[in-house]
Design a protein around this ligand. Structure first.
Ligand code: GTP
Ligand code: MG
Length: 149
């Protein structure tokens, strides 16, 4: 089933929002299949954000993202890529609806506390960029048949 890569960025970790962000995905009924804290290298992040290499904000983005530990997760479930983006809110928090993670907890686009894959394809690419195969778990939550028809 579909997977998305969600990351709590250094500002989200520093601000104590890890639990809050995970809680929203858990509460929704999505399944956590991988989770770890790490301090990614500049090279690792440049590969993660390779599509943005030519943007003027790219150097600042890399500095921001390497400024502290991050929490990486893979979540699984029906349409989780699209719904994950909806739960995060618009890239620019000033355009994120209240009720979304960014819309509730941040202000600046350069400090927008979380990342989410933007397509099913990116979800696959990013999950394997951040996690080894053995770090992703296959399991069936006890509540599964109460979440899905
Ligand atoms: P991610 O989930 O982090 O990938 O965000 P996104 O998919 O909503 O946006 P995008 O991939 O286009 O940009 C990646 C990240 O770069 C954003 O989350 C921001 O942190 C940062 N970013 C994007 N646009 C700008 C900008 O105009 N200025 C600054 N300072 N940062 C930006
Ligand atoms: Mg993106």
């Amino acid at each position: 089933s579909e997977r998305t890569f969600i990351m709590v960025k250094p500002d989200g970790v520093q601000r104590g929002l890890v639990g809050e962000i995970m809680k929203r995905f858990e509460n929704r009924g999505y399944k956590l299949v991988a989770c770890k804290m790490c301090r990614p290298s500049q090279e690792h992040l440049e590969e993660h954000y390779r599509d943005l290499k030519s943007k003027p904000f790219f150097p600042g983005l890399i500095t921001y993202m390497t400024s502290g530990p991050v929490v990486c997760m893979v979540w699984e479930g029906k349409e989780v890529v699209k719904m994950g983006r909806m739960m995060l809110g618009a890239t620019n928090p000033l355009e994120s609806n209240p009720g979304t993670i960014r819309g509730d907890f941040c202000i600046d686009v350069g400090r927008n506390i979380c990342h989410g894959s933007d397509s099913v394809e990116s979800g696959k690419r990013e999950s394997s960029h951040w996690f080894k195969e053995g770090e992703i778990q296959e399991w069936k939550p006890a509540e599964f048949d109460w979440v899905y028809e």
